[in-house]
Design a binder for this molecule. Structure first.
Ligand code: SF4
Length: 64
C-alpha cells in the first residue's frame, strides 16, 4: 500500500497527523503534510486509511 499527500489540496488542517502520527510529517512553516514514506508499513495501514477518510480536503491519496 502506498500513500502520498497532494500538495495542491493539502490545507494544513493537521488531522492526518493526529490520526496517524507515525505516518505524516507536518511542515513547521505552513502546517502542510507530507507522508513520511511512500510504502506504508503494515502496522500503519489502517491508521493511514483512517487519516485519508478524515482529511477534509481529500488530499491523501492511497493506492494498493
Ligand atoms: S488532514 Fe489533509 S489537509 Fe489536513 S494536513 Fe493532513 S493532508 Fe493536509
Amino acid at each position: 500500500m502506498k500513500v502520498r499527500v497532494d500538495p495542491d489540496k493539502c490545507q494544513g488542517h493537521t488531522l492526518c497527523a493526529m490520526e496517524a502520527p507515525g505516518a505524516f510529517e507536518l511542515s513547521e512553516f505552513d502546517g502542510h503534510s507530507t507522508a513520511r514514506f511512500e510504502t506504508v508499513p503494515a502496522d500503519l495501514e489502517q491508521a493511514v486509511r483512517d487519516a485519508a477518510k478524515t482529511c477534509p480536503e481529500q488530499a491523501i491519496v492511497v493506492t494498493d
